[in-house]
Design a binder for this molecule. Structure first.
Ligand code: DON
Length: 304
């Protein structure tokens, strides 16, 4: 294994100096007040050894990173049937675009854009008695951390302003690809996005994606083939219309969120979470991407 302690220190110092670190998301009002200077990194290797620097223990809004976790839960519940309702192709579009959805008759391009994640949320609303509680229990189990919570203020803030998501859900409904009530599904979707977690907690949660479906507590949650599929989707769709750039610069499967977090991983080796709230124009953490580029370059570890 490379000297991750030194590498993290180097990339933290280098990328802390960057002059342009993007802009904090304001379209969810509750996220607008976060300091753009927050910056933390946690790396967890396959031996469960972890390396941390900066604001690694501070909780932030995971937002779209939660889409990987709802997808994992749905795959565990209904398996391959999910692909009848959502495709597995990169969209090349921003996360909240609707035009392809109409062109493709209400089948979202993939489960990591908003429309796809809303279909995944709809499946959980159908399958579970109490989706908010059962999804949180799932996150507690795979992370081994029962202190993880939703942030009610963030969920309410998006509920009041998430007009594009209401549009997406209504469009899905018009094509028959949303089985439950629009408001009920979005209430769950906004709640899942409001999960508040630290870099360390995200690394613990994503450990199963580097460990063939077996979580931190040594329970099996997904099959090897399900993990392969989810990691492939993170590589091709995890950064929306910047997925190509992320593969080009960093070379790892990963998922971003508009709270400024990015989780990336190298199967069977390590997972890493970076948090820096300033976003680039494509909605991905600007300093997060730069730090991960340095990480795979200095460690000489990427899937390529
Ligand atoms: O639905 C939304 O717009 C947000 N709850 C999540 C978007 C997001 O995190 C996009 N990622 N970079």
């Amino acid at each position: 294994m490379p000297d991750f302690k030194n590498i993290l220190h180097t990339i933290y110092e280098e990328t802390k100096q960057l002059s342009d670190t993007g802009r904090v998301a304001t379209y969810i009002p509750e996220l607008a007040s976060i300091s753009p200077n927050k910056f933390g990194i946690c790396l967890l290797d396959i031996e469960k050894e972890s390396y941390q620097i900066g604001d690694f223990d501070e909780r932030f809004s995971v937002q779209s990173i939660s889409k990987v976790l709802t997808l994992a839960m749905v795959m565990g519940l209904i398996g391959e049937k999910i692909w009848d309702r959502v495709d597995v192709e990169p969209s090349g579009d921003p996360f909240n675009h609707l035009s392809l959805l109409e062109q493709e008759n209400g089948i979202p391009r993939n489960p990591l854009i908003n429309a796809g994640a809303i279909v995944v949320a709809d499946i959980l609303v159908s399958e579970l008695k109490n989706p908010k509680k059962e999804f949180l229990d799932f996150v507690h189990k795979i992370s081994g951390d029962t202190t993880i919570r939703y942030d009610e203020k963030v969920a309410q803030s998006e509920k009041a302003t998430g007009f594009k998501n209401y549009a997406a859900a209504n469009l899905l409904k018009s094509y028959g690809n949303l089985k439950n009530d629009v408001i009920e599904v979005l209430d769950f979707y906004f709640c899942q996005c409001s999960l508040s977690m630290s870099c360390t907690q995200l690394c613990h949660t994503f450990y199963l994606f580097i460990n063939r479906g077996r979580c931190m507590q040594n329970f099996d949650f997904l099959t090897v083939s399900q993990v392969k599929r989810i990691n492939a989707l993170m590589l091709t769709c995890g950064f929306y219309d910047e997925a190509g750039e992320f593969a080009f610069e960093v070379g790892l499967p990963g998922k971003s969120g508009v709270g400024g977090g990015i989780v990336a991983l190298l199967p069977k080796r390590f997972c890493v979470t970076v948090w820096s709230p300033g976003l680039n124009p494509k909605g991905n953490s600007s300093r997060g991407m730069a730090a991960l580029e340095r990480l795979t370059t200095l460690s000489d570890l990427s899937i390529f």
